[in-house]
Design a protein around this ligand. Structure first.
Ligand code: ATP
Ligand code: MG
Length: 335
């Protein structure tokens, strides 16, 4: 049982490059917390990615490097954060099997994140069993390293609740072993997509990526959803639900000027192109240093894989220790 230790775990599914939603939802907190935590772990969730990409292992494999690059470019420091690959830690799978007995099928189907994602993916009853039970494997990801804090976007909150239910049952059946886990959402718990849909997602084709060029950013912002009734410059415009203003509110440091622009837009006399051009510059200022650092790091993929290999070795050691304790608690420590 761990006491009073600040152990952070977070991760990404290697299903595509990372975007602004990841940045404000989780990465900013990851980078900050690595300086405060007793231990900090970053996991590339390739096994979880396969739960909805079983037919496309190449996509998952190729994106392992991409998500590692994105995080390093944003300031994750391998000296402070153990970066590892989920599939290399079979103990997580072992722990998942034990946790499976603590969760009912009905509870899994009620998990709001699972429900939303099943809808997005159009699964219905034909959901892969691995996908349906991924909250359980996520609990194992979190608990194998006895983590206590998980920086995540708002969509992941129900996962943490489910993890804590597993902690309660495990401790009740087998003795105090795991601590409760806290989630920590970023300043923007859920960034909307450039199409105005509720979440920017890498599988949803509505993202601005941390690796996007100036031209890509410009094109995406120019195509952004604003107010469909704001046709002429002199028309009164709507700020609410206007993605350009949503983004300016989040990313533009000059809050006073944004507030002035909003007033002007609502009164009429401010064109979409003006606010879009402003947003392009604001986003370029944020993304440029990340993109440039990423390009530099990408020149040496072997060095990145070495970081992941070393991190994985350390995570393995921790996993072995936890499983010794878990096996003893569950009374399956025979020899
Ligand atoms: P996928 O569509 O494959 O699920 P994703 O874009 O949802 O991809 P994940 O790898 O599932 O990305 O999420 C990684 C982390 O980033 C999670 O903590 C998640 O909550 C957070 N996150 C993802 N998208 C957003 C968003 N739009 N706003 C805030 N946080 C987000
Ligand atoms: Mg997701």
């Amino acid at each position: 049982m761990v006491k009073d230790e600040k152990i952070v775990l977070t991760g990404d599914r290697p299903t595509g490059k990372l975007h602004l939603g990841h940045f404000v939802g989780s990465i900013q907190n990851r980078v900050k917390l690595q300086n405060e935590a007793d231990k900090s772990f970053y996991m590339i969730a390739d096994i979880q990615a396969l739960t909805s990409n079983a037919d496309n292992p190449k996509k998952v494999r190729d994106n392992v490097l991409e998500v590692a690059l994105d995080n390093l470019a944003c300031g994750l420091d391998p000296k402070k954060t153990t970066m590892f690959i989920q599939s290399e830690i079979p103990e997580i799978a072992e722990l998942t099997v034990l946790f499976l007995n603590l969760v009912t099928l009905a509870r899994l189907k009620r998990n709001p994140t699972v429900k939303d994602e099943m809808k997005d993916k159009g699964y219905g009853e034909d959901v892969p069993a691995g996908f349906l039970m991924h909250p359980i494997s996520q609990a194992a990801d979190i608990l194998f390293c006895k983590s206590t804090i998980v920086p995540v976007g708002e969509d992941q909150k129900p996962m943490i609740e489910q993890t804590n239910e597993i902690v309660d049952d495990f401790n009740r059946f087998y003795g105090e072993t795991f601590n409760h886990v806290k989630h920590l959402v970023g300043n923007t718990p859920r960034l909307v997509g450039i199409d105005g849909s509720s979440k920017m997602g890498k599988s949803l084709n509505n993202a601005i990526y941390l690796s996007d060029s100036y031209e890509e950013i410009s094109k995406k912002v120019m195509d952004m959803y604003t107010d469909p009734n704001h046709i002429h410059v002199e028309d009164r415009g709507k700020v609410e639900g206007n993605v350009v203003f949503t983004y300016l509110d989040i990313f533009d440091e000059d809050k006073k000027e944004v507030s002035e622009l909003k007033k002007q837009y609502e009164k009429g006399g401010l064109g979409d192109v003006v606010i879009k051009k402003r947003l392009i510059e604001v986003l370029e200022k944020l993304i440029k240093p990340i993109r440039e650092k990423r390009e530099k790091l990408a020149e040496n993929p072997k060095a990145i894989m070495k970081i992941l290999e070393e991190g994985t070795m350390y995570a393995k050691k921790i996993a072995k220790e936890t499983m010794l304790e878990v096996r003893k608690a569950v009374k399956i420590d025979y020899f």
